[in-house]
Design a binder for this molecule. Sequence first.
Ligand code: C2E
Ligand code: CA
Ligand code: CA
Ligand code: CA
Length: 279
Amino acid sequence: AKLDGRGSLQLFQQTFHDELVRQHRLAERLERAIDKRELSLHYQPQVSAVSGRIENLEALLRWTPADGPPVSPAEFIPLAERSGLIHRLGDWVMEEACRQQAAWRAAGFTESRIDINLSGRQVSRADVLERFEACLARHGLGARDIGIELTENVLITADSRILEGLRRLYHRGVRIAIDDFGTGYSSLSYLKHFPVTAIKIDRTFVRDAPGQPEDRAIMEATVFIGHRLGLEVVAEGVENEEQLTLIREMHCDLVQGYYFFRPMPAFDIERLLVGLVTT
Ligand code: C2E
Ligand code: CA
Ligand code: CA
Ligand code: CA
C-alpha cells in the first residue's frame, strides 16, 4: 500500500529528528575525544609516478572512540565544521603532525614531507596560518617539512589576511596544494591568482578516466596547465593498474591511492621509511 502524504511526512520528520539527535550526541563525544586521546593521525604516502619513490605523506585524522567503532572523517569533519570544534581539532592535527615530523627528523628520516588538510571554517579564522608558522617554529621545523592542502572553495572564499598568509608561506617555500581539484567552483584562471605549488586531481576523475573520455580530457588539460604554471600535479584515489597507466601517460608527477598504500599509522610509515633508508 502507498503511504499517504501525512504518513510519509511524519516518517520524514521522525527520521530527520533522529538524525539530528544522533549528530548532536556524536558532536558531544567528539568534543571529549581530544582529552580522551581518541584521535590519531594516519599517513598516506604519495609516490613519484615515475620512480615509485615515496615523496610525500598526507596526514589524515582518525577518531576511534574508546566505546565504539571508528568514525569516518567524512562524517566528523563536517560535524566539527558546523559546531566550530574544527579549530581545536585543527590545532591538534597541526601540533601532532609537527611533533611527529620533528621526531622523524631526529630519528634521521630527512626526506619525508607531511601535508595537513585545512578545511573551510578553519581557514575562516584569520590567524590560522600564523599559528601554523608558530607551530613549525616551536618544533624546530622548516618550511619544507610540512605543507598544507586546501580545496578550491576555501581558496576562493579566503579573505585578504589569509591570502596574505598563504603568499608569505609560499615565498618561504611551504608546499601548498589545491585539494579535490575540479570539483569546486573550478576556474582555471584562479590558478594564476593563488599562491599554490601543487594541484591534486580529485579522485572522481581518476576513478572514471579509464571508461570516460571526458574525464580523461579534463585530467589531461589539468596536467597540461598545471605544468605550464610550474605546479606539481598529484592524482589521488588511484586504485588499479589501469588508472595508473593512464596517469603515467598523462605525466602526473605524484600518485596517491590504495593501489600503492592505504593511510596508515606512524609506526607502519616508519617501517617503510626504514626500508627506504637501507636500500
Ligand atoms: P581528502 O583530503 O580528499 O583525503 C583523501 C581521502 O581519500 C581520505 O579519506 C583517504 O583515505 C581516501 N583515499 C585515499 N586513497 C584512496 C583510494 O585509492 N580510493 C578511495 N576510494 N579513497 C582513497 P579519509 O581519510 O576518510 O578522509 C576524508 C576526508 O576528511 C578528507 O578528504 C578530508 O577532506 C577530511 N579530513 C581528513 N583528515 C582531516 C584533517 O586532519 N583535517 C581536516 N580539516 N580535514 C580532514
Ligand atoms: Ca586532502
Ligand atoms: Ca582530496
Ligand atoms: Ca575530499
